[in-house]
Write a protein that binds this ligand. Sequence first.
Ligand code: CO8
Length: 262
Amino acid sequence: FENLMTALHGGEDGALKTAVITLHRPKALNALNDPLMDELGEALLAFDADDSVGCIILTGSERAFAAGADIAAMAKREFMDVYRTQFITRNWETIRKVRKPVIAAVAGFALGGGCELAMMCDFIIAADSAKFGQPEIKIGIMPGAGGTQRLPRAIGKSKAMDLILTGRMMDAQEAERAGLVSRVVPAEKLMEEALAAAAVICGFGLPSVLMAKDCVNRAFETTLTEGIAYERGLFHSMFATEDQKEGMDAFLTKRKANFKHR
Ligand code: CO8
């Protein structure tokens, strides 16, 4: 890959591994252009398909998770350029197909498409240096990769309107208070904390992990009654997994569960 780096962590004693994808376009604060988004989609799908991987972390640099879509690449485009090529839809939504958990580990700027990309992950762990915002309004556009929909769901209408209409940034503390991020940690501890969270997830049975993610996402797509029916169907199906027998037997016999991810 030219615009990102990948690595595998953990996997001792037969545990599942954590895949780390690091956005790497340092000269443009990880601005998200087409080649980068193509590579990101490819890496995400490869790790999702890899049976030795249980969790994925998406991160950037100390200075920037990503400072948005690449403005230089967008500046001269006309309506038919973006419409015909399905700009954004074509390669930005690949992450939604990933069934394993994806944790965003955010330090520095997560702006515009960068904030939207972080919100497409399952949860966000922020360094105390993180800054979130949807500044598109300042350059004559508005969020276009889900920001007008995911931000109000994450932090409520008032704060989402404030951020999207004024283009201001919010720091990690405000983002945590608002519910956009799940934890804030000292910048130098960001990857340690994200890897520890991922290792915990990797230690559980994959069926429960995948189905829990699937069900939580369902909460954003449907009514409460339908969402609960969906949850109940998958919950019942867990009793057909080996990991349910193993997990409950391990509890009752006071030993550590040895999940087989089946
Ligand atoms: N696109 C292209 N290049 C960028 C971007 C960007 N989004 N952000 C930063 N860069 C480049 C700068 O141009 C600069 O390059 P150079 O050194 O060659 O001049 C380099 O990165 C470093 O940036 P700065 O010198 O500006 O660094 P500062 O520390 O002074 O400022 C900021 C950092 C505040 C992050 C500033 O760079 C900034 O405001 N960036 C733009 C933020 C922005 O507006 N983001 C939203 C972009 S629009 C968007 O995301 C639309 C989403 C729609 C869906 C996605 C569709 C693909």
